[in-house]
Structures are given as structure tokens and as C-alpha cells.
Design a binder for this molecule. Structure first.
Ligand code: ADP
Ligand code: CIR
Length: 360
């Protein structure tokens, strides 16, 4: 069980949340009843409720506010995670299960209506990313420096064997010049550094040890190592060819799955650090110009929510939109297949573009 001092810290955190005007899912679903149920619990690896909620307590502007310090936490702290998961992933309930991995046929996505560029010059670029965790390593907060270094070595060995379109080079963050880093971030290829949400969740220890980015020469296939998740696998290119972007991702995933032992939960699918990424872990997005609809972001968010889409700014999560360019993506990733997650983005974005065309 958690010690008396740990329980007191949790209770103090709870009171801080209660007094705040936070609108996070944490604030909403950590009710007094749930608190009583789980405040004394501890995972096999020693994590307490504090490790789950610390980020949302320190960052009262969080949208979600919780992370899983280890895979076990999703079960041990289910009374808190379950309602958060259910609300975020459009009704995925405690008895629901992630379907088996189903990539489907990438061509199917655009067979009937063609790719998103057919709608005119609205879509600037398309990106699909997913996340994977390796069986043998704990999630971020429990990773030792040696774990980070060993995992990087293991992953890089596999990445360096990729061939054809996927062949590329690994660039460790340790030793990368700040100029190169800045350029990669600005060009949307690399994760930003110093994310306060992740830092508060103890996900950035031993930084930049074991962290880095692999990419092919064209920067259409990229892998982030040990940022928020063990692996973020990304396919992206200019324009709106969703089929091409998705096909590249699928080829990579099939390949990596053959050489790495990936962690999968029977109920939750891919085990990720943030509950919003469970299941398929797929975020399929476009950068899209919406000069008209974009004038009223609140209304845009409402229309997008209706279509299962999430709105982000031009530089990703927690960023602003610049020059009427928005990042629209499928919001839910759990409780549907991979191809359906991408389809959700494709259909929603098509509708939004039609609305933009019709708007005065
Ligand atoms: P995630 O990797 O979880 O999707 P972010 O929202 O932080 O996280 O986005 C990561 C980076 O990817 C950011 O630089 C963002 O601008 C970029 N990005 C996302 N979607 C697209 C897209 N369709 N085209 C180009 N860049 C994109
Ligand atoms: C937050 O709660 O705002 C951060 N911890 C990030 C949550 C992930 N956001 C999302 O919608 N995928």
C-alpha cells in the first residue's frame, strides 16, 4: 500500500484540483468516491496514484491530466482511468475490447473518392503516426539510464536494417546541434523539447540519453525513440495522398513487428503512456488551410467534435494556429481498427473542407 505520507500528498493534490478551475478529464473524473477507492493502491512496480495524476495537478491547464507510470496502472487505477478512457474514446466502456490489428487495404481509403487533394488546395500535408512499447522495458517514469541506452541500441539495430523507401539514418539527440534540432522541430519532423506535461510525469529523466530520431532521406518515414512513448512511428508527406502515407506506415509496422517484441494488452491494444493513445495509437492528421472557418475557432472545434475530429495548432498539441492553418486529426484511437481510425479522419476532413468551400 501507499504510505501515510504518500496518501497525504495525494489528498493535498486532490484539494488543489478541487479548488482550481481546471477543466481536465482528471479533475472531472477524480471524484471523492474514486479517490477513496484508489488512494492507497500501488502497482507491482511501486507506482502510486500521485504518479498517475502529478502532471495534471502541476499543469492545471491539462486537457487530460493523467499518464500511466507503468502498464499495470491501467488496471490498478481503473476506477480513474476507465471513465477518462470512455469519455476520450467515444464511449469505449470497461467491457469493450480493442479489435485485433487490422490494417486493411490502404487503397480502399481513397478508392471511391480519391485522395484529399482532389478537394482543392486546402490540404498542405498529411501525417499518420502511431506508438508502440517494447515488452522488455517499463514505461518512461521507471526507465533507468541503462534502459534508455539499451533500448535505443536495440531499436536502432532494427531500424538500420530497413530497406527501400524506409531505409534511413538514426540521429541521436545527444550531441545534435541546437540549430539542427530547431530546424527539425520547425519543419514538423521532431518532437519539441521540454514538454512540461511530460516533465511533470517524470517522462524526461536522463534526457537526452537514449533519445533520437530516425528518418529516411525524404523525411517521409520517421521514428522517434523514447520521447513520450518507446516508439513513435510516423509517415508523412506534402499533399493529401492518404493512401500513400498510410501504405508506407503499414509496411513499416509489419516490418518492425517482425523484429521487435511489442507490448499489447488484450483489452487496450497498444500500451501507451497517455490513455488518449491506447488501442491503435493512430493519429492521422492533415495540415489544412481554413481561412473562413478558422476565423471562429470555437465553432470550428464544435463542428470537428461532431465529426470525431480534434483540432490542434500549426505546431501540434498545445500550439496556436498560424495563418489559418489547422491540424485536424481523428480523436479516438481505441475501440476501432487501424483502417477505420484513418477513415474517420479522411471522412471528417472531407466534410470540413466542403463546409469551408460553402462558408461565406
Ligand atoms: P503527435 O506526434 O502526438 O501527433 P504533436 O501534436 O506534438 O504530436 O505533433 C508533432 C509534430 O507533427 C508537430 O510539429 C506537428 O506540427 C506535426 N504535424 C502533425 N500533423 C501534421 C501534418 N499533417 N503535416 C505536417 N506536420 C504535422
Ligand atoms: C494534457 O492533458 O493536456 C496533456 N497531458 C496531453 C494529453 C494528450 N492529449 C491528447 O488529446 N491526445
Amino acid at each position: 500500500d501507499a504510505s501515510d505520507a504518500e496518501v497525504r500528498e495525494i489528498e493535498t493534490a486532490f484539494e488543489k484540483l478541487q479548488r482550481s478551475n481546471a477543466t481536465s478529464l482528471l479533475r472531472k473524473h477524480l471524484t471523492p468516491e474514486v479517490l477513496e477507492q484508489v488512494k492507497q493502491r500501488r502497482t507491482r512496480h511501486g507506482a502510486t496514484l500521485m504518479d498517475v495524476i502529478r502532471s495534471g495537478v502541476e499543469n492545471l491547464d491539462s486537457g487530460v491530466g493523467v499518464y500511466a507510470p507503468d502498464g499495470d496502472a491501467y488496471t490498478v487505477f481503473a476506477p480513474l482511468f476507465d471513465p477518462i478512457i470512455e469519455e476520450y474514446h467515444a464511449g469505449f466502456g470497461p467491457n469493450d475490447r480493442q479489435p485485433p490489428v487490422t490494417f486493411g487495404h490502404p487503397k480502399q481509403l481513397t478508392k471511391v473518392l480519391g485522395n484529399l487533394s482532389r478537394l482543392g488546395k486546402y490540404v498542405i500535408s498529411t501525417r499518420i503516426r502511431t506508438a508502440r512499447s517494447l515488452e522488455e522495458y517499463p514505461l518512461n517514469p521507471l526507465m533507468t539510464e541503462t534502459d534508455y541506452i539499451d533500448m535505443e541500441r536495440e531499436v536502432v539495430k532494427v531500424l538500420q536494417d530497413l530497406t527501400g523507401d524506409l531505409a534511413g539514418t538514426y540521429y541521436p539527440l545527444d550531441g545534435m546541434s541546437s540549430k539542427d534540432k530547431k530546424q527539425l522541430i520547425e519543419d514538423h519532423f521532431l518532437f519539441k523539447e521540454g514538454d512540461r506535461f511530460l516533465q511533470a510525469a517524470n517522462a524526461s529523466r536522463h534526457w537526452p540519453k537514449g533519445r533520437g530520431i530516425f528518418h529516411n532521406a525524404a523525411k517521409t518515414f520517421l521514428v522517434w525513440v523514447s520521447e513520450e512513448d518507446h516508439l513513435r512511428i510516423i509517415s508523412m508527406e506534402q499533399g493529401g495522398n492518404v493512401t500513400s502515407v498510410y501504405a508506407r506506415l503499414v509496411t513499416a509496422l509489419v516490418n518492425l513487428g517482425k523484429h521487435l517484441k511489442l507490448r499489447r494488452d488484450r483489452r487496450l491494444g497498444s500500451v501507451t503512456f497517455c490513455p488518449t493513445n491506447l488501442g491503435t495509437a493512430i493519429r492521422a492528421s492533415v495540415h489544412v488551410r481554413l481561412p473562413r472557418l478558422g476565423r471562429d475557432r470555437a465553432r470550428l472545434e464544435k463542428e470537428c467534435a461532431r465529426l470525431g475530429l480534434q483540432v490542434r495548432g500549426t505546431h501540434g498539441e498545445h500550439s496556436e494556429s498560424s495563418e489559418g492553418v489547422f491540424d485536424l486529426s481523428n480523436k479516438r484511437r481505441l475501440g476501432l481498427t487501424e483502417i477505420d481510425a484513418v477513415t474517420e479522419m479522411y471522412q471528417g476532413v472531407s466534410e470540413i473542407i466542403q463546409m469551408e468551400k460553402d462558408a461565406k
